[in-house]
Ligand binder design. Structure first.
Ligand code: NAP
Length: 522
């Protein structure tokens, strides 16, 4: 039997009871390690993090905690090769895709180390200016933000075991809030190893960083009023989290990052052969194939003017045909596997659902896999298309979490807006056009239903960060179906881990507050 990974709780490494759940190589099918959270004293784990870890972190300033993030980043950088090996084995990713997760996580941690340094030697934050509460200016109100005296529980998705940890842990720890992370079981190994390296390096105080691998049973039951929970995963599990008594009865603050049927939109007015079309085609193909389409931000719907439907279909199919799929250890492979047999089954079932309303424009599954066979979790890119997207239902509603996208023609701008909004709230929409005025107008129009609008024109062709890449300086999250959450956005991320309080009193006392505090340099 393979190694049973230890959990880190109450300041100690502890293995769970029983044989545990095995994690597999999705290409070779071999068992890698096991995880178990059975028998852990969860109450003691949360209590230790909340009280011992929390008190120690809150005693530090933002600048001191930022220095710890920087030290953690260096530790992670020194073990990078190990993380790449784990990712290839457990997530089935090619090197470039591993970088999105591993290096993306380390980069995000480093960004918060720098941002936190700028907040300085303070332990709480000012929020805005003092305001008079009546005619006499002596009695005023000043808002302040103080770190919550609870624990931050992270329940994470399988697709980003590194980035998903650090994009949440960096702002939490910088805020002075201890973290307990429960990675998705299928890919928990990388999260566990990264936490282990950082904990063993002794950077953070005991109780600041805990990891629980395996079943989520009982975790939500531990939450108390000042705790927060940040969930990333499917809409179905999100509904379970939202309806848990900790949230409904104790007002535990919750952030949800759920699934999303994101779109890319080629604005009208582009002639066949234009650079904007080329940019759209490159990006859609990239989004379909990076991490085998297992990205919450990936492009699922591609909207193009009716007159360009065939042109884009051909260009996209030709580009996708260049994607070699198979074992990520083979240098010629451009796209690895889905993370598990369960995900493969889920993608194939989702694809069958989409096909009830769409036809296949390109299917890479007719070509041979490289160094892998049909028993692996590899699925090649599939481009679907529909001539009647306005009457489609499934195509706007079902997120197939794999290398699948659907091309949709539109007749008018209003029709395009209506279709994009049928996603009922998405993480990101990208717009492609050479017309800056129209791009600006479209961005405002799309803002209310998206967390991010990625506006691409030829002048930023070589500069842009990519439709699906989540940058720490920009907001991540989306309204409605996307979960309604907000993450990152630079120092805005600290809001989730702080409580806002209005202090009403004499202007003399508030002057003292203002002299001691600092506002977030947003
Ligand atoms: P999932 O099945 O919902 O699982 C997410 C996490 O919830 C896992 O850690 C899972 O643990 C845990 N979990 C399952 N049931 C639970 C329960 N009853 N109580 C508490 N926790 C529970 O999602 P997934 O399959 O890992 O991730 C894929 C989905 O995540 C996609 O839909 C994708 O769009 C979405 N996603 C969104 C974002 C974003 O930022 N918006 C980012 C990445 C992924 P186990 O693994 O042990 O079951």
């Amino acid at each position: 039997m393979s190694e049973l990974l230890a959990n880190h709780v109450a300041g100690q490494w502890q293995t769970g009871q029983g044989p545990g759940t095995p994690l597999f190589d999705p290409v070779l099918g071999t068992e890698l390690v096991r995880v178990s959270s059975a028998g852990l004293d969860l109450a003691a784990a949360f209590d230790f993090a909340r009280h011992t870890g929390g008190a120690a972190l809150r005693a530090l300033t933002y600048a001191q905690r930022a220095a710890m993030l920087a030290a953690a980043m260096k530790v992670l950088q020194s073990h990078r090769d190990t993380y790449y090996e784990i990712s290839v084995a457990n997530s089935g990713t090619v090197k470039n895709d591993t970088a999105v997760d591993v290096d993306g996580g380390i980069y995000t941690l480093g960004t918060y180390a720098k941002l936190g340094e700028g907040v300085g030697d303070r332990r709480w934050l000012l929020d805005g200016e003092a305001a008079k509460l009546g005619k006499d200016p002596l009695f005023q109100s000043q808002h302040i933000l103080s770190p919550t005296r609870g624990v931050a529980l992270f329940i994470n998705a399988f697709n980003f075991p590194s980035w998903g940890l650090w994009e949440k842990a960096a702002p939490a720890l910088l805020s002075g809030v201890p973290v307990i992370v429960k990675p998705a079981t299928a890919t928990a190994w990388l999260t566990q190893r990264m936490v282990k390296d950082v904990v063993d390096a002794g950077i953070f105080p005991p109780g600041a960083l805990s990891v629980i691998c395996g079943s989520s049973a009982g975790l939500m039951d531990q939450l108390q009023p000042f705790d927060v929970v940040s969930f990333t995963g499917s809409a179905q599990t999100a509904a379970v989290i939202r309806s848990h008594p900790a949230v409904t009865q104790h007002s535990v603050r919750v952030n949800i990052e759920a699934d999303s049927v994101n779109s890319a939109w080629l604005l009208p007015g582009e002639a066949s052969g234009s650079e904007a079309i080329d940019l759209l085609v490159k990006e859609v193909a990239r989004e379909m194939t990076v991490k085998a389409g297992q990205k919450c931000t990936a492009i699922r719907r591609v909207l193009v003017p009716q007159s360009l439907y065939s042109t884009v279909a051909q260009a996209l199919s030709a580009r996708l045909a260049k994607t070699t799929v198979g074992n990520p250890r083979n240098e010629s492979v451009r796209m690895g596997a889905l993370v598990s047999q369960e995900q493969k089954a889920s993608v194939l079932a989702g694809l069958a659902q989409l096909k009830t309303e769409a036809t296949v424009l390109y299917d890479g599954n007719s070509t041979t896999l490289v160094d892998a066979d049909a028993s692996s979790a590899c699925v090649a890119p599939v481009l679907l298309g529909t001539e009647s997207p306005m009457t489609a239902k499934v195509l706007h509603a079902v997120e197939v979490f794999g290398p699948v996208s659907t091309l949709m023609p539109y007749d008018s701008i209003d029709e395009a807006y209506a279709m994009i909004r049928r996603g009922e709230g998405s993480l990101v929409c990208s717009v492609y056009s050479e017309d800056p005025a129209f791009t600006a107008q479209a961005s405002v129009e799309l803002a209310s239903s998206h967390g991010r609008v990625h506006a691409i024109s030829p002048d930023v062709a070589a500069l842009h960060s990519g439709h699906g890449n989540v940058m720490p300086m920009s907001l991540h999250g989306g309204p409605g179906r996307a979960g309604g959450g907000e993450e990152l956005g630079g120092l805005r991320a600290l809001n989730f881990y702080h409580r806002r309080t209005a202090v009403q009193g004499s202007a003399l006392a508030l002057d003292q507050l203002a002299a001691q505090g600092v506002a977030l340099p947003l």
